[in-house]
Design a binder for this molecule. Structure first.
Ligand code: NAD
Ligand code: 6OD
Length: 486
């Protein structure tokens, strides 16, 4: 049985308390690894290592040296592509094509793009008048914020963890990462990459474990951590915000969503069905940007529901390495219980079940896996729990609408504000509606197209702050102003 350890100061080390926990495969519920659980002493050691690197070799590198090392990390991820694919498939059970085309290449891109960003962003400068007429010059210098605590989730583990580690290191910080207890593999494997390309020891550290009363909480409460960047549930964000208030540490939060998909009657019908199918069911619905509320203009409502039903019923269940499969399990039995409880609640709330709503019949060797059917409902009021709460599963509720004003109201009637996808051939309307929906990112006639130079984040309870491109620099550096009297 493989043992996954912490990665501290460039070494793989067992937790000092000797505690371990098991990781089960989502596919068949077999135990596939044991994981070290970091205690307070391990988190202390990781933060010390990160501080030492910051004040030592890493802090002394030139920008060019740092950037070259990060290009090296990206190249080494690409060289070890198959290892990362295998590690992520083991943790999540998702089809290999998702790993190959989206999640793992993004891991490499997260290092490359932010290395380029830091190289190319100029510092600000302002000239000012002074009473003596000689003037003064202000200029800003950016300095790293320090030791960054990175807390990441399980749904796209490598993409989401490196999306924070890449810019943090590019800006000259050091990191202590706490990956989800459900997805320990790729964060651990990245330690090997860091060592093999010569990233100084202590720049990248990983503590494994859980959230409350475990590595996550010890890290976010640690006074040696200068800022915390977190992706996960809104409720967890609230707990971390309280922890960060001790010492007034800065936070960047990417949180939950209950995203609307809006389909106008003039949309390219097949493209809209395909787009909503992907946004509702890719990664078994475990994408924060996914669509759980679909609004379809009345003239095409029935036809759209029927077409999406056909697509949902055609998914091919299977192991990640089975190339014919395009649909995997949920991450865990625990998450399956949560999703199934919403499937039952939808029926109790009076939904019309269009398709799914239960567990698929799986062959004996996969019967213990966290499999659930893609599910579509109609007929619920907007007040239903299933329409209001983030389920984070392969399911959506579809409701008809009449006109722009109504659909904007419906889309905005939520505490969340992460993303929207709009389907229409009327581009003037697309721009109008996009400007009115209260979210961090809107896709028009597409979904999950990502340019890493753009601002990414959530409105309302979907997040605090923006990352991506220069926006990441705002969080991962501090600007000091220097005023020179001339
Ligand atoms: P989660 O909040 O349960 O856990 C995320 C991480 O936080 C894990 O590493 C966990 O161990 C840790 N954690 C939990 N409690 C903690 C605490 N008290 N202190 C410190 N750390 C703690 O989220 P999850 O179930 O792993 O991921 C799914 C959620 O993430 C969904 O709500 C989804 O919408 C959200 N998400 C958001 C984005 C985004 O970009 N907005 C991206 C991906 C996922
Ligand atoms: O693409 C990204 O940068 C990003 N943060 C994606 C989030 C996906 C959520 O599951």
């Amino acid at each position: 049985m493989r043992l996954i350890e912490n990665f501290i100061g460039g070494e793989y080390v067992a937790g000092q308390g000797g505690k371990t926990f098991e990781k089960r495969s989502p596919v068949d519920n077999r135990v596939i690894a044991r994981i070290t659980e970091a205690g307070q002493a391990d988190v202390d050691a990781a933060v010390r290592a990160a501080r030492a690197a910051l004040e030592g070799e890493w802090g002394g590198l030139t920008l060019e040296q740092r950037v070259d090392l990060l290009y090296g990390v990206a190249d080494e991820i690409t060289r070890r592509f198959e290892d990362f694919v295998a590690a992520e498939m083991a943790d999540t059970g998702q089809p290999s094509h998702v790993m190959r085309h989206v999640f793992i290449p993004r891991g490499a891109a997260n290092f490359k793009v932010f290395a380029d960003v830091v190289k190319n962003v100029p510092a600000e400068s302002f000239q000012m008048a002074t009473p003596d007429g000689r003037g003064a010059l202000n200029y800003g210098i950016r300095v790293p914020k320090g030791v960054i605590g990175v807390i990441s989730p399980w749904n796209a583990p490598f993409l989401l963890m490196t999306w924070k580690v890449g810019p943090a290191l590019a800006c000259g910080n050091t990191v202590v990462v706490k990956p989800s207890e459900e997805s320990p593999h790729t964060a651990a494997l990245l330690g090997e990459v860091m060592n093999s390309v010569g990233i100084p020891k202590g720049v990248y550290n990983v503590v494994q474990g859980f959230g409350p009363d475990s590595a996550g909480e010890f890290l976010t409460r640690h006074p040696g951590v200068d800022a915390i960047t977190f992706t996960g549930e809104t409720r967890t964000g609230a707990a971390i915000m309280k922890a960060a208030s001790d010492g007034m540490r800065d936070v960047s939060f990417e949180l939950g969503g209950k995203n609307a998909g809006i389909v106008f009657a003039d949309a390219d019908f097949d493209a809209a069905v395909d787009g909503i199918f992907r946004s509702a069911f890719l990664n078994t619905g475990q994408v924060c940007l996914g669509t759980e509320r679909v609004y379809v203009e009345r003239p095409i409502f029935e036809r759209f529901v029927a077409a999406l039903k056909t697509r949902a019923e055609a998914v091919k269940y299977g192991r990640p390495e089975d190339h014919a499969a395009n649909y995997g399990p949920l991450i865990s039995q625990e998450h399956k219980q949560k999703v199934m409880s919403y499937y039952r609640k939808a029926v109790e709330e009076g939904a019309t079940l269009v398709t799914g709503g239960g567990e698929p019949a799986m062959p004996a060797e996969l019967a213990e896996g966290a499999w659930v059917q893609p599910t579509i409902w109609t007929g619920l009021p907007e007040t239903a729990a299933v329409v209001r709460e983030e389920i984070f599963g392969p399911c959506c509720h579809i409701r008809p609408f009449d006109g722009e004003d109504e659909v904007v109201k419906l889309a905005n009637a939520t505490d969340y504000g992460l993303s929207t996808t709009i389907w229409t051939t009327n581009l003037a309307r697309a721009h109008r509606v996009a400007a009115r929906v209260e979210v961090g990112i809107t896709w028009i006639n597409s979904w999950f197209l990502r340019d890493l130079r753009t601002a990414f984040g959530g409105s309302k309870q979907s997040g605090i702050g923006r990352e991506g491109g220069v926006h990441s620099l705002e969080f991962y550096t501090e600007t000091r102003n220097i005023c020179v009297k001339l």
